[in-house]
Ligand binder design. Structure first.
Ligand code: HEM
Ligand code: SF4
Length: 441
């Protein structure tokens, strides 16, 4: 959901693409998003904040919403007594001053969702900086006061509220939740079997393994439509493709299509029995490249090709990477990898939280690229560390190849690239990358 765009207000409230369907979810986060939306939309008190404001809510064990890089991130949890509530993160964000959000409350009872958000917003509205646009986000306030002082100010503001009108009785949560009714799943889907198709068609089996994910309803899967096939600008779809995909959503997924912040699309509720036919159509239209979650499933902003703020191109670097790392078996062996790329420090491509992050920089009118490693926007989020001097455009894929070679040498059983980075630090990567590489003075 997004409204009041471009204002210094609560612009949007988001959750993840598997909301309501993932087996790893404690509870569907969407009703809480909707409750926050109804409260925040055109809220008179919060329509002129120091700066824009976004909130993410995750109900899953594995955070796919990037909650820790939002102004407020809410993770739905249960306390020891089995009551539902939220872990509250505040002050995350990327851009020119990237920061990971801090936990200011481990457990906020469900009923106090809005009273507590109101307290956070009041503290921010009063104390956030208005003199300098680059220092106006809530992350700067949290950083300058420190987590504890900020949390104390919020708690004090919360304690002094003059009314409990915003408290949420369980009936109100249930009333909103009723609007997120599950689609009419077919009970007989539980008997669907795919084994023959998976055994007889390796290409289908590969797509199934990479581009579809488990669903909480037996007999269903969620299907990622990869917009990252070789030669495609990451995340792009043509008008014809969008019409086709809309038809597929009608036909196979109750008319619903979701967009992921990894720049793919998702059909949330597809019956197992329908997967072979869906795959046939998707592959015939270059929409079934089985690379979801791998190196080439990268996030890339539009960069110099389209964006007036860019320092350097992203799309042509994406093509360079796609053509160097075409071999799917190599990509699968590398395992889960997040490569994120931005054409300038505004960080629309989330480069700080890529396992590998690439940032375009301008050096005397030429496009160069700073490389970072070790970032993540999931649970235990972290900002990547800059590897060293930036590298010229034509060497970006080569540098990535060297990083991957170090990972393959050093990884321990079951370690992803990110895990190895966290264990060994950036030094071994730095050494190998800069050996004999021409770099900026
Ligand atoms: C691939 C292309 C684009 C990318 C990657 C992109 C990226 C972004 C990002 C990251 C934001 C910040 C969102 C936020 O802070 O809430 C944003 C905001 C915005 N974009 Fe784009 N954008 C793209 C295309 C466009 C186009 C074509 C338009 C207009 C025709 C547009 C208009 C806006 C506006 C008005 C906002 C402010 C929304 C807000 O208040 O949050 N964008 N864009
Ligand atoms: S990161 Fe920079 S170059 Fe890329 S879309 Fe955002 S503003 Fe433009």
């Amino acid at each position: 959901h997004a409204i009041q765009t471009s204002g210094n207000c609560i612009r949007n409230v988001t959750s993840d693409q598997l909301a309501g369907i993932s087996p790893d979810e404690l509870v569907d986060p969407r009703p809480y998003c909707e409750i926050i939306r109804q409260w925040s939309t055109f809220h008179p008190e919060f329509s002129y904040l120091p700066r824009k404001f976004k909130i993410a809510v995750t109900g899953a064990q594995r955070d796919r919403t990037a909650a820790q890089i939002h102004d407020i991130g809410l993770q739905i949890v249960e306390n020891a007594a089995g009551e539902r509530g939220f872990r509250v993160y505040v002050g995350g964000g990327l851009g020119r001053a990237p920061m990971i959000g801090e936990v200011i409350r481990e457990f906020l009872p469900e009923a106090d969702l809005l009273t507590y958000l109101e307290a956070i917003l009041r503290v921010y509205n009063q104390h956030g900086r208005r003199d300098n646009i680059h220092k106006a986000r809530i992350k700067i306030l949290v950083k300058s006061w420190g987590r504890e002082a900020f949390a104390e100010a919020v708690e004090a503001e919360w304690a002094r509220r003059d009314s409990d009108a915003l408290r949420l009785p369980p009936e109100e949560v249930a009333r909103i939740a009723a609007h997120f009714e599950a689609p009419p799943y077919a009970a007989e889907a539980a008997a669907d079997r795919l084994d023959p198709a998976l055994e007889s068609d390796p290409a289908f089996a590969r797509w199934y393994a990479r581009n579809t994910v488990p669903h909480k309803i037996p007999g269903y899967r969620a299907v990622h439509i990869s917009l990252k096939s070789p030669g495609r600008a990451p995340g792009d779809a043509t008008a014809e493709e969008m019409i086709l995909i809309a038809d597929l959503a009608e036909r196979y997924s109750f008319g619903e299509l979701r967009v992921t912040h990894h720049q793919n699309l998702l059909l949330a509720d597809v019956r197992l029995a329908d997967l072979p036919a869906l795959w046939q159509t998707l592959s015939a239209h270059d929409l079934a490249h089985p690379n979801v979650g791998t190196l080439t499933d990268m996030i890339a902003c539009p960069g110099l090709d389209f964006c007036a703020l860019a320092n350097a191109g992203s799309i042509d670097v994406a093509h360079q990477i796609q053509s160097r790392f075409e071999d799917l078996d190599y990509l699968y062996d590398l395992g889960e990898l997040r490569l994120n790329m931005s054409g300038c420090m505004n960080a629309c491509g989330h480069h700080h939280v890529g396992h590998i992050g690439i940032l375009g920089v301008d050096k005397k009118g030429e496009e160069w690229y700073q490389i970072q490693i070790g970032g993540s926007s999931e649970n235990s989020a972290s900002l990547g560390k800059v590897l060293g001097p930036s590298v010229p455009k034509e060497q970006v894929a080569e540098v990535i190849g060297r990083l991957l070679a170090v990972y393959l040498d050093l990884r321990e059983e079951g370690e992803r690239f990110l895990d190895t980075c966290r264990r060994v630090g950036i030094e071994p990567f730095r050494e190998r990358v800069y050996a004999e590489l021409e770099v900026a003075a």
